[in-house]
Design a protein around this ligand. Structure first.
Ligand code: AMP
Length: 397
């Protein structure tokens, strides 16, 4: 008899879900996936079935509560109508921050919830929204085992050399100000499939570029993380859709002292108005829109993004003593042949020889896009964070 596994990825204004059914020794299969967007404004529920057909598309009535609690109850009631009395046995939650304590998935207990609450100061914008659904589902699905899967866990193998900022040592020890890294569930998925795709890469030195609306890169040695571009928050490293990526701390002092910007204004600038959106002069944060634009600043933003990926690749390769494999994943990494080509052309000196025809192929499958004799093997591998959470939740119970 197969079991049902619910995966929840909750943010401040949306809750995404995927419902999986176990399939023996094979990976769990998706039955439904969907989301409630626009929480606290105009909640809208959409869902698709296993064949990727839309099966729900509704704006919630104006008189119902617009909060997380109601959104989850609506989702679960919708699912219940389609499950013919079958119970959801396991719930896996994406949790952004596991601090230094949680380096693997954890079964939810009162002690774990207290531990997660203690981490709120490290991720005040995200952690509370990850914790709230756990408590709500304890009420709605009292018989389900719940498991938390952390976006930071994969990076806990980084040596301290790559984790610390060059602040006085006690800032890392006492205040937890260190480079945690994020997108860990995506990297874990890539690390889990790499051995079947390329054993040399899985055993050797691989850089993975997770390029989406949020972007980061990680250096793996034998599929374990050694270094990553994101740091204390998901702001460091590459420029992103609207986030600036790494910035000289002196700029922040200048913004405060000379432009008299306060913390909230600086937060908005760094998180919401920078990156591709800011560099393109406001054209778009979306790579597809930039590719479609004839404006010189759109091209500049794309070139800038590619150049930063090139520089981070070299830095990460240095941290693992060279490069055997480069993997592109997430929305831009999987779909944007132009960005991949711009990056690979600038990495020829490192032994990257892209196969232009293979790079142009559109496919949802993992594929090699480097020439057969390229010193560095280059792959496009679609990520699957939801499946990773479902696998981890099942393995944990
Ligand atoms: P993600 O956050 O992983 O969903 O990725 C979102 C980013 O992927 C956005 O910048 C999209 O413009 C970009 N993206 C998605 N599909 C394509 C595509 N076919 N070509 C170029 N960029 C794409």
């Amino acid at each position: 008899m197969s079991d049902l596994v619910l995966v929840i990825n909750a943010g401040s204004s949306s809750i995404k879900f995927s419902l999986f059914e176990t399939a023996g020794a094979a990976d769990p299969q998706v039955l439904f996936k969907g989301q409630m967007e626009g929480l606290y404004v105009e909640p809208k529920f959409t869902a698709k079935d296993a064949a990727d057909q839309k099966v729900a598309d509704e704006v919630l009535p104006a008189d119902v509560p617009k909060n997380h609690d109601h959104a989850l109850r609506h989702m679960l009631a919708w699912l219940e109508q389609r499950l013919g009395g079958r119970e959801i046995k396991v719930v896996g939650h994406r949790v952004v921050h596991g601090g230094t304590q949680y380096s693997k998935p954890e079964l939810v207990t009162p002690a774990l919830i207290a531990g997660l609450e203690a981490l709120i100061p490290l991720a005040p914008l995200h952690e509370p929204h990850n914790i709230a659904p756990i408590k709500i589902l304890q009420d709605i699905l009292p018989n389900a085992a719940q498991v938390t899967c952390f976006d930071t866990a994969f990076h806990t193998t980084q040596p301290e050399l790559n984790q610390l900022f060059a602040l006085p040592y006690e800032f890392a020890q006492k205040e937890g100000i260190r480079r945690y890294g994020f997108h860990g569930l995506s990297y874990e998925y890539i690390a889990s499939v790499l051995p079947q795709i390329d054993t040399r890469a899985a055993e050797g030195r691989t850089v993975v570029a997770h390029l989406g609306n949020g972007s980061s890169m990680s250096a793996l040695l034998g599929c374990e993380c050694q270094a990553t571009t994101m740091g204390f928050t998901a702001l460091e490293g590459l420029p992103m859709g609207t986030r600036c990526g790494s910035i000289d701390g002196g700029v922040l002092l200048h913004l405060m002292n000379h432009l008299k910007m306060d913390a909230k204004q600086i937060e908005t600038l760094l998180y919401k108005e920078s990156g591709l959106l800011g560099l393109s002069g406001g054209i778009s944060s979306d790579m597809r829109a930039l590719q479609a634009s004839d404006e010189p600043l759109a091209k500049f933003a794309i070139d800038y993004f590619a150049r930063r990926i090139v520089r981070e690749t070299a830095s990460l390769a240095a941290a693992i003593g060279g490069l055997d494999c480069l993997v592109f994943t997430a929305g831009i990494g999987e779909n944007d042949a132009l960005t991949r080509a711009l990056v690979c052309h600038q990495l020829r000196w490192l032994g990257v020889e892209i196969d232009e025809a293979a790079n142009a192929v559109r496919s949802g499958e993992p594929r090699r896009i480097s020439l057969a004799d390229s010193k560095v093997a280059v792959y496009v591998i679609p990520t699957n964070e939801e499946l990773m959470i479902a696998r981890q939740a099942l393995a944990t119970i």
